[in-house]
Design a protein around this ligand. Structure first.
Ligand SMILES: Cc1ncc(COP(=O)(O)O)c(C=O)c1O
Length: 382
């Protein structure tokens, strides 16, 4: 019954591994990419009030105009980036739906899409589901997991239709400054290529201000589909709200698909998201906590010989287990069974990352301290 194309798509490496964790007591999970914070109260309260007032209908396909206006106002305030809320902005069901729509709107069967490795697990799968062809652009620890410009240039000779960028990055936490982004754009601008820029973690940037790809210049803006959402920075994963901003032709095509497949995002979540845009103090408090955790975990891991490039954003680090001459999967399985600490094997983010593990520090400092002590004990017995 199932199409060959779907059969070929592998299940998510993260989910597969975490099925092992389910039901194991006392596990400290550094696995899932989800904030450990509950959505700030003022946001939840708005959702409750909306329900009490009986706001339970569909919204327009594009989403509540008040939310679209709130988003474009914030983008202008933070990044001097202007999008029209009327026809250049679409509310999606998380960045997940935004990514799916962006790929479906632009890809013809056989079109090539560049995916930078290590990648967020959904990218290759979504391209393949859409009958596109993934071409990988590998990065390595020695380059700080940043895009190698020479390699990027050489891949462009294959005439890809699009490239998916993600910064701050899941799983490495690295990000790019304006100079680096301009260098990437200078190469991409030589070709007719769409940039799908997943900036889900823009609020979780610890050292320098985030620079949206579409803010580089007018041409880059026209070629870029900016994807973002409320799941991570606002601790609203379960609300399922994201947004896409871009050229009106692309947004209109994405809206067409969305209007048939999804109709609209949930109204309660959209109302809550309007409030989230005003909750700057609460967002700032979470950012500060993540930064303290990042500083702790990077120092600890490097001390333990798990070499870790300092992540500048998101809430992950991608650490090397090479020194211990063990595969990522064995490391993760043994650590889970012996010390009850769950991490994700790097191979979930690209098959060449067999000496890396991803850890998520979206967990309390107390748990991170305990996890680090357990990992130290585990390493001493390896
Ligand atoms: C890079 C990246 N993009 C997209 C998503 C999906 O986010 P959403 O909850 O907005 O669908 C995630 C979730 O882990 C992510 O890490």
């Amino acid at each position: 019954m199932i199409s060959k194309r779907i059969k070929k798509v592998p299940p998510s490496g993260i989910r597969e591994f975490f099925d092992l964790v389910l039901g194991m007591p006392e596990v400290i999970s550094l696995g899932v990419g989800e904030p450990d914070f509950i959505t700030p109260w003022r946001i939840r309260e708005k959702a409750i009030t909306a329900l009490e007032e009986g706001l339970t209908s569909y919204t327009s396909n594009q989403g509540l105009l008040s939310l679209r206006k709130g988003i474009t106002n914030l983008l202008e305030k933070k990044y001097s980036l202007k999008y029209n809320p009327e026809d250049e902005t679409l509310i999606t069901v998380g960045v997940s739906e935004g990514m799916d729509l962006a790929i479906r709107a632009i890809i013809e069967p056989g079109d090539k899409v560049i995916v930078v490795t290590p990648y967020y697990v959904a990218y290759p799968a979504l391209v393949e589901i859409c009958c596109g062809k993934v071409i990988y652009l590998p990065t390595k620890e020695g380059d700080g997991f940043k895009i190698n410009l020479g390699k990027l240039k050489s891949l462009l000779s294959q005439n890809p239709k699009a490239i998916i960028l993600n910064y701050p990055c899941n799983p490495t936490g690295i990000t790019y400054n304006r100079k680096e982004l301009n260098q990437i754009w200078n190469i991409l601008s030589k070709k007719d290529i769409v940039v799908i820029s997943d900036e889900t973690y823009d609020e979780l940037n610890y050292d320098k201000a985030h620079v949206p790809f579409s803010s580089l210049n007018r041409k880059a803006k026209k070629k870029t589909i900016l994807l973002n959402g409320f799941s991570k920075g606002y601790a609203m994963t379960g609300f399922r709200v994201g947004f896409a901003c871009g050229d009106k032709e692309i947004i209109s095509a994405m809206t067409k698909i969305h209007s048939y497949s999804m109709l609209c995002g949930p109204i309660i979540s959209q109302i809550a998201a309007v409030e989230a845009l005003r909750a700057r103090k609460e967002i700032g408090q979470m950012q500060k906590e993540y930064k303290d955790r990042r500083n702790f975990i990077v120092k600890e891991f490097n001390r333990l010989g798990l070499s870790t490039v300092k992540p500048q954003g998101a809430f992950y680090c991608f650490s090397s287990v090479k020194k211990y001459k063990i595969s990522a999967l064995d490391f993760a399985k043994k650590l889970l069974l012996q010390e009850k600490v769950a991490v994700v094997p790097g191979t979930a983010f690209g098959e060449e990352f067999n000496s890396y593990i991803r850890i998520s520090y979206a967990n309390s400092l107390e748990n991170l301290r305990e996890a680090a002590a357990r990992i130290e004990r585990f390493l001493s017995k390896l």
